[in-house]
Design a protein around this ligand. Structure first.
Ligand code: PMP
Length: 383
């Protein structure tokens, strides 16, 4: 059977998470915001338990956790939600990077239509954005700096720790899209300073369709984020709409499992990485790994196989491996990776690059067997 190697697009749900959710679906009917009966109270208890699990993983207080439908929504709220404050304070300057997920890039583009000045900083070939290139752009009227923790295509860790340290002292909001690092770089996330953080449960083996926004309080105040859709007071008024009780329970459970198991998971995914690299070394194919591997997260490899068209390869190897050559959110039609392009990777190399990503439940022997066959085909179609 084909091996799934596209965890950065979506990781499979952990069966313990699924069981938790099935129990909630069976036993906790009702709306967590209904106050007139015990069904509502019980549903609320489930949601608040999940909030504690999320808060515990991230090392924040429960009052700082807001459930959303996932990182796309969280990123939108983080950025668009500051609009009113930006108008009032006359801070209309936003800084972000060229390798952010589209949920950030498209949202800042929208802010630019609304009259904001947006500066987009490119990384270098290492896949990292230089923190000083960002800090040098910060001005008195800078409202927000938005930088992802780990890039979804390359796995390269960005200098959010260094940025957080500096930005904390300045009057600028710092948003981190931690979708690819949540539940993995647990201590790192607990250790750096930020005001706003986004994550999605399905990237840490929770359910799709739920995630969160963490709004850190500073001097007892939460960032002045306003709702971007209207119709209810749920989630502190920031995210109106009925809370999906079972999904939040699944999100909480996934966070609890990640917290208990991330250390061994990180060792496991690193061991698989070594085996994948060994297979590449033995394949007889000329290859290189995109991005500075000193800064790469354990579960991702973005590999350029010289002379091998990634599009042709993926079509010919579906029976062995499910992987990708870019973000799933932009993959309906092939267009060269904007992340690799921003790094300065040549078009020919981009066309030859694939993204491999795996997770805690990936079985090494299953990967090796299929990846070996995958590489045999790759070798055969080299131009
Ligand atoms: N940010 C990053 C870095 C991501 O990798 C993704 C998912 N590919 C998102 C945001 C969006 O997450 P979701 O699709 O769950 O809303």
């Amino acid at each position: 059977m084909s091996v799934y190697l596209d965890y950065n697009a979506s990781a499979p749900i952990d069966l313990r998470v699924l069981e938790t959710m099935v129990e909630v679906y069976k036993n906790n009917i009702g709306n967590a915001d209904s106050r007139t009966h015990s069904f509502g109270e019980n549903a609320r208890a489930v949601v608040e338990h999940a909030r504690r699990q999320v808060a515990h993983l991230f090392g924040v207080s429960t009052s700082e956790v807001y459930f959303t439908s996932g990182a796309t929504e969280s990123n939108n709220i983080a950025i668009q939600g500051l609009r009113e404050y930006g108008e009032k304070s006359k801070k209309r300057h936003i800084i972000t990077t060229a390798i952010e997920h589209k949920a950030v890039l498209e949202t800042v583009k929208y802010m630019a239509y609304q009259g904001y000045e947006v500066e987009i900083i490119a990384p270098d070939l290492s896949g990292r954005v230089n923190e000083n290139a960002i800090l040098n752009k910060v001005r008195d009227d800078t409202l927000l700096v938005s930088v992802m923790h780990v890039n979804n295509e390359t796995g390269i860790i960005q200098p959010v720790k260094e940025l957080g340290e500096e930005l904390y002292r300045r009057d600028v909001f710092f948003h981190v899209d931690a979708t690819q690092s949540s539940g993995k770089l647990v201590e790192e996330i607990r250790g750096f300073k930020y005001n706003i953080l986004s994550f999605s449960a399905h990237k840490l083996m929770g359910p799709q369709g739920v995630g969160g926004l963490i709004l850190r309080t500073k001097s007892y105040k939460r960032p002045p984020i306003k709702a971007i859709i209207f119709g209810g007071e749920q989630e502190g008024g920031i995210r109106p709409g009925t809370i999906p009780v079972a999904l939040t329970a699944g999100c909480g459970k996934a966070c609890e499992i990640a917290e208990n198991e991330y250390k061994e998971n990180n060792i496991h995914v690193r061991a698989i990485r070594e085996q994948i690299i060994a297979e590449l070394n033995n394949s007889g194919i000329d290859y290189h790994i995109n991005g500075d591997q000193e800064y790469c997260i354990g579960n991702t490899l973005n590999v350029c196989l010289a002379g091998v068209s990634s599009e042709a390869l993926m079509i010919l190897t579906k029976q062995y491996c499910g992987l990708s050559n870019g973000s799933a959110c932009t993959s309906k039609i092939y267009s060269p990776s904007y992340v690799l392009a921003a790094m300065g990777v040549s078009m020919a190399q981009i066309d030859n690059s694939i993204r491999i990503s795996w997770g805690p439940d990936t079985q090494a022997d299953h990967v090796i067997e299929n990846f070996r066959n995958f590489l045999k085909i790759a070798k055969g179609i080299r131009s």
